[in-house]
Design a protein around this ligand. Structure first.
Ligand code: SAM
Length: 335
């Protein structure tokens, strides 16, 4: 089957990561709007719609190919599923999702009742597997890496403009502690870097064999570049806060992240919602007006079991966290 036929057909399905936990932590409701902020090919969405036969689900994805495929994959759930092209971190996207949900359910103007928002961060299997998208150091292709191929700067264009200091900082932040400077220097010296192969070769030549850690040395470099090109970290905290805002009381926010930088943002955001961020001395009553808005459903992040990792190696780095929206409590009112 050709690539195009594959993307248009139902034969592509991202195996949903920690689907059992996702279903388990969704709220105990029968109706309402669920938003899948990173619908991908609809793997989680399909499971959710089957498990909740009366909810309306709105999927969002910035990748036009994912939108086409998810729409196809969810076609069986008539009047209960719609997929929007957009970014979860774009202003007003969740409000737009609510309007769409009510329109397909034939109840325009109905008050919002968002009971769940799911984020399954990062890239989907097709983006990684498709050489032409340029995400994989294992496939040769042009160094693109844009999740939304309709706009923005490719990884190659990004590398063409980035300064040595910024590139070094980016690589360092993504775990390349020892070789960040050397890698940044070599990459800049070899510009323009147009293909995945060229970048892989530069990385291999820069890190001596004896110093390589587990896995291919280009893995972390590709990940760092992908995160920068798609601004995956910069707007995450705001997007999570906005998603929490649109939830109804009792609604739940569920997040799957795949590297420590993402998980740290989710942990910090959830902790702030659950403790109000009060900075007053512990021995005195709260005077700063801190408000508790959420209840943590996972104190520590959950990780997939060995059996799931054996079945789907891409689940290996997953971390799952969930929080429930509660009636606001002023810390000063607590006994
Ligand atoms: C891990 S995949 C989701 C897979 C999906 N849960 C499934 O089971 O099929 C992540 C998806 O999020 C999308 N994505 C990443 N950043 C996004 C953003 N800022 N806004 C919307 N979608 C985004 C990617 O294009 C990708 O399709």
């Amino acid at each position: 089957m050709s690539d195009r036929a594959g993307i248009m057909g139902v034969d592509i399905l991202h195996i949903p990561v920690m689907a059992k936990e996702v279903i388990e932590f969704l709220p105990p409701v029968t109706e309402g709007i669920f938003i899948d902020a990173t619908v991908g090919f609809g793997g989680h969405a399909k499971e959710i719609l089957s498990e909740y036969p009366r909810v309306v689900l709105v999927g969002i994805d910035r990748d036009p190919e994912a939108v086409t495929t998810a729409t196809e994959n969810l076609r069986g759930f008539q009047n209960r599923a719609i997929v929007l092209h957009g970014r979860y971190d774009e202003e007003g996207i969740f409000e737009k999702a609510i309007v769409s949900a009510n329109e397909i359910a034939g109840r325009p103007g109905k008050a919002p009742e968002v009971m769940a928002v799911l984020f399954d961060l990062g890239v989907n299997s097709y983006q990684l597997d498709e050489a032409g998208r340029g995400f994989s150091y294992m496939k040769s292709g042009s160094l693109d890496m844009r999740m939304d191929t309709s706009k923005g700067e490719t990884a190659s264009e990004f590398l063409q403009k980035v300064s040595f200091e910024d590139l070094k900082a980016l690589l360092y932040a993504n775990g390349e502690y020892k070789y960040a400077g050397k890698l940044a220097k070599e990459i800049i010296a070899c510009r323009p870097v147009k293909t995945t192969e060229e970048l892989s070769q530069i990385v291999e030549a820069s890190i001596p064999k004896s110093m390589r850690r587990r896995g291919h040395p280009a893995k972390r470099v590709f990940q760092a570049l992908r995160i920068a090109v798609n601004e995956e970290i910069v707007f995450l905290a705001d997007a999570v806060a906005r998603a929490f805002e649109v939830l109804a009381t009792g609604g739940r926010l569920l997040v799957l992240s795949y590297h420590s930088g993402e998980d740290r943002i989710i942990k910090t955001s959830f902790n702030l919602l659950a403790d109000g961020g009060c900075k007053c001395p512990k021995s005195l009553p709260c005077r700063c007006g801190a408000v508790i808005k959420g209840k943590l459903l996972t104190r520590r992040s959950l990780t997939p079991g060995k059996e799931e990792i054996d079945r789907n190696s891409r689940a290996a780095s997953a971390r799952f966290r969930a929080i429930e929206k509660i009636q606001p409590i002023y810390l000063k009112d607590l006994p």
